[in-house]
Ligand binder design. Structure first.
Ligand SMILES: Nc1ncnc2c1ncn2[C@@H]1O[C@H](COP(=O)(O)OP(=O)(O)OP(=O)(O)O)[C@@H](O)[C@H]1O
Length: 773
């Protein structure tokens, strides 16, 4: 039987798998030989590179000959290296396909063909060609034709290729579970990818890392993965609806679709915390792609701020919000966090920057050996003496040129100072010889006289001054003569004018200035500060990045989105979030996420909403949806499990006992990951310390935890976002912990981390967010 003919029954299908595996084994053996041979060749060429090159620079002709032979050798090496890379990629693809060559099949009769002539298209995690290299035995899941598998059921279909739209009729849609070359199950399905397979995938216990979902991508997720039009793609999706999964599949898709022009380094993912990075890190390599760049907004801010300030951690500000209610500044601080993250504050900074065009810019005097060389006043006068229709960044560049010239002039005067003589005496012989040679090179000695002391003295003096002035010149070139902290503080001394500031603005302003004076940058000030800084200096944009993906986007403020948009002007943005999981203080309204569509304008924006949730059992989804006013919109995937269990405990000691009991019970049930989710880091630490002795395998997750692992963990609610566990125990679901409206979403986020079982303990009164039926 030929492997490109259409098999019908299971036996024929199995035969096809076997034929494919035989073919792959043959290909593997050839490729292994080829890569081995190429590797040896490369090593040999590198080792003997110069043996085969005739080096002769005696005259122009010989030199040209030498270059030509070097070029030839280099080209040979490059060509072998390229062949090796290509073969290595093919080898990896084959190895991936070996166990499970494909997961789906669609039979398509193209427009004008009889449906009996429908040809099968098999889909796998890579493509496979037959021996002739002309027919696809397996199509990559990202190939244009593969989209039909995700978008349609049997009936009329169409898909887009770079050459245009293709229409046809799907006569069969089949799914397979193939392991170790054996078809374990196989079923024909309708429009959506069959529930059976999803049931099986979702019913499994969790892994230490996220899995790829290629075989079961749902139609609406496919819209996210393959979207190429939108400059801004907004994905609003319920907890567990596959936003992160779809985002990662999208990266794999883009890398395939634009493989000649797009590389993994040109894609950047902003994720919520370092542990999340580890959690998702295996998905792309599993699909045969390199991981994209990953960062957190916090890391990005730190990188931009440099060492000027100690940046407060986003999680510290969250912890403050959750635990510092008794702090005298609490209400002001929270109001300040919200205000500073709104678009309105950005406009205030815009207006301030406009004022700075004519007054108020602050400079740092250029000092040398304790003396002021160029004072702030002189700089200010110079700056405001320049035509004020010229933008601030351009004027600063002009200032920088002027300052450099001034430094050259002042440097000449400096050479005559006593300190230069002192330094000269300390010079060692080497320095002298070096200057002598340099001077000879410059032809500064007259008549080749050896001891032109005057020249040598001047030269050494100028070198000494030059060296000592070097840091000053670098500061000037880097525009470090602008006093950005003072300018930012100036914002808080301004009269409030017509703008509507929060009532407590005076104390917020005072508090902010005090923090900055202490060298601390509050988290909520970091973005406004950098925005203002870049408005002065000119934006340091990164045009290399072509795609920015922002996960857990509900926790970003509109201000942050504007800032990111400016930093990556050449990038398309994919923004994924769930406003029901907005938990950070600076984004408490979820406003940023709601108003995102204004960022690029309606014409460049597309929004996709995911309402079906896959992570948790029906029972858990129903229970958690009840916590939300719009919870009825969330659709549960049809997978049943145990009802969530709410247990009353009399006091804290009883809570610890109950937690221990639950952990033992859940571990016995065979779950691989169980988390005790607490509201704050403080509560997590407390529980961990009390349970650590009797449960040594328990792991405490903190904001700097870098790896996600299976097992038992205690974790603060806000660090658990984005990840999932087989079973979750909420340590304290009492109204004492969760009753304010702002805590509703936090509680919802914590509960929706559970895949199979959810347990809640409470002491005193139960949180009002739970509706007991
Ligand atoms: N099409 C699918 N096929 C199989 N599994 C899926 C599919 N979509 C989502 N899942 C699974 O559902 C779970 C939740 O997915 P994911 O973490 O991507 O959701 P999310 O929307 O980012 O969640 P949250 O907002 O709660 O962090 C994961 O275990 C994922 O593998």
């Amino acid at each position: 039987m030929s492997i490109i003919v259409k098999p019908d029954g299971r036996q024929e299908e199995q035969q096809r798998v076997e034929e494919l595996r035989r073919l792959m084994k043959g290909k593997l053996a050839t490729l292994e030989r080829q890569t081995g041979g190429l590797r040896e060749e490369i090593v040999t060429i590198r080792r003997h590179f110069w043996d085969d090159v005739t080096v002769n620079f005696e005259d122009a002709a010989e030199t040209a000959e030498t270059y030509a032979s070097m070029k030839q050798q280099a080209e040979l090496l490059t060509e072998r290296e390229r062949s090796h890379r290509v073969a290595a990629v093919q080898l990896k693809t084959l190895m991936r396909l070996m166990d499970s060559p494909y997961f789906g099949r669609i039979d398509i009769a193209y427009e004008g063909e009889d449906s009996a002539a429908a040809q099968p298209v098999y889909l796998g995690v890579g493509s496979l060609l037959d021996e002739s290299g002309e027919h696809y035995l397996v199509y990559d899941w990202r190939a244009p034709v593969s989209s039909v598998y995700y978008d349609y059921g049997p009936g009329p279909v169409r898909y887009t290729t770079p050459a245009g739209t293709i229409r046809g009729e799907m006569t069969l849609k089949r799914q397979y579970v193939i392991r170790n070359g054996t078809i374990e199950s196989m079923f024909d399905t309708g429009v959506t990818i069959g529930d059976e397979l999803l049931q099986e995938v979702l019913g499994k216990h969790s892994d230490a890392a996220m899995k790829s979902i290629v075989a079961t991508i749902q139609r609406e997720q496919n819209q996210i993965i393959r979207n190429e039009r939108a400059r801004l793609l907004i994905v609003q999706g319920a907890a567990g609806s596959g936003k992160t999964s779809a985002a990662l599949q999208r990266v794999a898709y883009l890398l395939y679709r634009y493989r000649d022009t797009l590389s993994a380094e040109q894609i950047l993912l902003f994720s919520p915390n370092p542990m999340f990075n580890s959690y998702i890190s295996t998905v792309l390599p599993e699909l045969g792609e390199q991981n994209m760049g990953q960062t957190t907004y916090q890391q990005y801010l730190e990188h931009r701020l440099g060492r000027m300030f100690r940046l407060e951690d986003q999680f510290d500000s969250m912890e403050y919000k959750l635990t510092a209610q008794r702090d005298r500044m609490y209400n002001q601080r929270i109001a300040g966090m919200t205000f500073k993250s709104e678009e309105g504050f950005m406009h205030i900074i815009d207006a301030y920057a406009k004022d700075l065009m004519t007054q108020g810019l602050r400079f740092k005097p250029l000092k040398f050996r304790g003396r002021t060389l160029i004072g702030e006043r002189e700089m200010r006068e110079r700056f405001y003496g320049i035509d004020n229709s010229i933008s601030i960044p351009n004027r600063l560049r002009m200032m920088s040129e002027w300052l450099l010239k001034e430094l050259t002039r002042l440097g000449k005067l400096e050479r005559k100072k006593n300190w230069v003589e002192d330094e000269m005496e300390l010079l060692d012989n080497e320095e002298y010889i070096h200057s002598f040679q340099a001077l000879r090179g410059k032809n500064k000695f007259h008549d080749a006289s050896f001891d032109d002391a005057g020249s040598e003295h001047d030269y050494l003096a100028s070198r000494i001054v030059q060296q000592k002035f070097k840091p000053l010149r670098i500061r000037v070139k880097r525009l470090k003569f602008i006093d950005v902290p003072a300018i930012y503080k100036g914002l808080f001394y301004r009269s409030v004018g017509a703008v509507k500031f929060p009532e407590q603005w005076d104390s917020i302003a005072k508090w902010t200035v005090e923090r900055l004076d202490e060298g601390i940058m509050p988290y909520e000030d970091a973005t406004p500060y950098l925005y203002l800084k870049e408005k002065m200096e000119g934006f340091h944009t990164n045009t290399k990045i072509k795609h920015v993906l922002i996960d857990e986007a509900q926790d970003y403020s509109l201000f942050q989105f504007h800032y990111l948009k400016r930093l990556f002007p050449a990038a398309k943005m994919t923004v994924l979030g769930d406003s029901n999981q907005t938990i950070f203080a600076h984004a408490s309204s979820g406003e940023g996420f709601h108003r995102l569509s204004d960022l690029f304008g309606a014409d460049h924006t597309e929004t996709i909403t995911l309402t079906r949730s896959y992570r948790s059992t029906q029972e858990i989804i129903q229970f958690t949806a009840g916590m939300l006013p719009d919870g009825h919109r969330i659709e549960a995937f049809n997978r049943s499990g145990k009802e969530p269990v709410v247990t009353y405990v009399s006091d804290e000691a009883a809570m610890i006992d109950a937690l221990q009991h639950k952990l033992v019970e859940l571990e016995r049930s065979g779950y691989r990951s169980v988390a005790i989710i607490c509201k704050s880091a403080e509560e997590s630490r407390n529980i961990y310390e009390r349970m650590n002795n009797s449960c040594p395998q328990l792991r405490l997750i903190r904001s700097d935890t870098a790896t996600f692992e299976k097992g038992l963990a205690v974790i603060p609610s806000y660090l658990a976002k984005g990840v999932e566990f087989d079973a979750v125990v909420i340590s304290d679901a009492s109204s004492r912990q969760y009753s304010a409206e702002s805590e509703r979403k936090l509680f919802y986020t914590a509960c929706t981390r559970a895949m199979h079982e959810l347990h809640l303990l409470y002491c005193g009164e139960l949180t009002p967010f739970i509706q007991m039926g």
